[in-house]
Write a protein that binds this ligand. Structure first.
Ligand code: ADP
Length: 176
């Protein structure tokens, strides 16, 4: 239940016209590489100014800003865990990222949200494990929240895209 509201696409998250996009940020919230750099580049310098006032973000937590020149109302900045082999609470922290983003989406009445594959770039989280957490948390949230209309997972590249599709398929076939 809920999987019909989950969409998996390939592309650049900065192009999406949704209520909110999620940024895979670092603890400083002052910009980094990968998707973080792309988001700041398109949003413009005002995003960095607002981020400065937030005084960073703990791993597993999330903070919200406006979207500025992006075609979105909000950017939700979350800090995923760095992968150290899986025994340092990485999955709990990644789960907490998704839950923190969804908690903010409820507060701000966000009905469409797009996520990049948090932690799977520079932070090295294996994509198969990361998609399990992402899809599971999205489905859990959709079961208890009826306001959310669409959760989009934006994939950079075909292997990531295929991995999300497989994971969604496996969850959809599970008995409740
Ligand atoms: P992290 O530091 O959390 O690992 P990265 O930005 O390095 O964050 O990577 C997270 C994921 O976002 C990776 O799968 C990467 O390929 C992807 N990515 C990078 N740029 C974009 C973009 N413009 N739109 C969507 N996804 C992107």
């Amino acid at each position: 239940m809920g999987e019909e509201k989950i969409q998996i696409i390939q592309g650049d998250i900065t192009k999406l016209e949704v209520d909110a996009i999620v940024n895979a940020a670092n603890n400083s919230l002052l910009g980094g590489g990968g998707v973080d750099a792309a988001i700041h580049r398109v949003a413009g310098p005002e995003l960095l100014e607002e981020c400065r006032e937030l005084h960073g973000c703990l791993t597993g937590e999330a903070k919200i800003t406006k979207g500025y020149n992006l075609p979105v109302r909000y950017v939700i900045h979350t800090v995923g865990p760095v992968w150290h082999g899986g025994a340092r609470g990485e999955s709990e922290k990644l789960k907490s990222c998704y839950q923190s983003c969804f908690a903010l989406s409820e507060v701000h009445k966000i009905t469409t949200i797009a996520f990049p594959a948090i932690s799977t770039g520079v932070y090295g989280y294996p994509i198969e494990e990361a998609t399990q957490v992402a899809v599971k948390e999205a489905m859990n949230f959709l079961q208890k929240n009826s306001l959310m209309e669409k959760i989009i997972f934006v994939c950079f590249g075909e292997p990531v895209y295929q991995c999300y599709l497989e994971t969604l398929k496996s969850f959809s076939h599970e008995e409740p």
